[in-house]
Ligand binder design. Structure first.
Ligand SMILES: O=C[C@H](O)COP(=O)(O)O
Length: 251
């Protein structure tokens, strides 16, 4: 019987200064209802400590949006796993398409980030997803499989207990063009089978696979009704307390 977790994660990207972040958490905590979902929120680095401190007593996990693959060094502007752990952060988003696109994060760099995170006992939300041209060419399964293999298939079965996958078709991110529940389910099922073929059904059945890409209160319920969709990684709709709570309530 699968014990995989239901997760609603917020990726704030480069939005909210400290005052806006603090205001969000004050209102969010006041209005949060009981939910079976694990709630994860990823603010920017400058807000991480305050967010962690404000939510210590609540069922809300604060997550980093990135980290460097080296333990430490002359990497101006970067943040290490050790620094994140020192402020209580125990999970990081890696492989987001915006990091791959704008910061040239290759599969090799991402596999190194994965190694460093796990070596520092930091759990991972690993993002994979095809571009529109991949899908139009019928290459979306091949692309997603290569991201999965190159980023994560160096892990042993036990290490997968620290991994959550986020399938985020690039063409759905920030566009309002959400994948249909059927499209998302088809890819989630493929991802789970690819993991099962490499490892085992036991490993794949326990990996939470989140959908990301224009998740809104209006489409969340139909997405979450799919058997292999275990929650969402939400961008824009997580910036407002009301819409984020509505998405959580849809699970
Ligand atoms: O990490 C979140 C994804 O990029 C989705 O963003 P979005 O909900 O604004 O489309």
């Amino acid at each position: 019987m699968s014990q995989r977790k239901k997760i609603i994660a917020a990726n704030w990207k480069m939005y909210k200064d400290l005052a806006e972040s603090n205001d969000f958490f004050t209102f969010f905590i006041e209005n949060l209802q009981d939910t079976k979902a694990e709630i994860l929120i990823a603010p920017s680095f400058t807000n991480l400590w305050h967010a962690f401190d404000a939510t210590r007593e609540y069922p809300i996990e604060i997550v980093a949006q990135n980290m460097h693959e080296s333990e430490e060094g002359a990497f101006t502007g970067e943040v290490s796993a050790k620094m994140l752990k020192s402020i209580g952060i125990e999970r990081v988003i890696l492989g987001h398409s915006e990091r791959r696109e704008y910061f040239a994060e290759t599969d090799r760099i991402l596999s190194e980030k994965v190694r460093t995170a796990l070596a520092n006992e930091i759990k991972i939300i690993f993002c994979i997803g095809e571009k529109l041209e991949d899908r139009k060419d019928g290459d979306h399964f091949k692309l997603v499989e290569s991201q999965l293999r190159n980023g994560l298939f160096h892990l042993n079965a036990k290490q997968w207990e620290s991994v959550v996958i986020a399938y985020e078709p690039v063409w759905a991110i920030g566009t309002g063009e959400t994948a249909s529940p059927e499209q998302a389910q088809e890819m989630h099922q493929f991802i789970r089978k690819t993991i099962a073929d490499k490892y085992s059904n036991e490993v794949s059945d326990n990996v939470s696979i989140l959908y990301g890409g224009s998740v809104k209160p209006a489409n969340a319920k139909d997405l979450f009704a799919q058997p292999d969709i275990d929650g969402a990684l939400v961008g824009g709709a997580s910036l407002e307390v009301e819409s984020f709570i509505d998405i959580i309530s849809a699970l």
